[in-house]
Design a protein around this ligand. Structure first.
Ligand SMILES: [Zn+2]
Ligand SMILES: [Zn+2]
Length: 87
């Protein structure tokens, strides 16, 4: 698992923004795109675009709240059919 796997950015502006967030991360803090600042450990990182978000913006960006995610997970466990986008 390479830590520096290539990241695909939608726009050059995205790359600039995310690189700026990574500078923040080195200092142990994070600033969300909404301007909210928090300690890094409270920030949520998107698996896909590698940007960090606060707890308000993360559900919006991810398209799901934790509660919804948990509900889906529970359904998947009982239903046993939700095969992780398999190989
Ligand atoms: Zn994302
Ligand atoms: Zn935010």
């Amino acid at each position: 698992m390479a830590d520096d796997a290539p990241v695909r950015y939608d726009t050059p502006e995205d790359e600039v923004f995310i690189r700026w967030q990574w500078q923040d991360a080195k200092l142990g803090r994070m600033t969300c795109e909404c301007g909210h600042q928090m300690p890094l450990r409270f920030a949520y990182r998107c698996y896909f675009c590698h940007a960090y978000f606060c707890s308000d913006c993360a559900p919006v960006h991810f398209g799901k709240t934790r509660a919804e995610w948990q509900a889906k997970k529970d359904t998947a466990n009982t239903g046993a059919q939700d095969d992780e986008a398999g190989h």
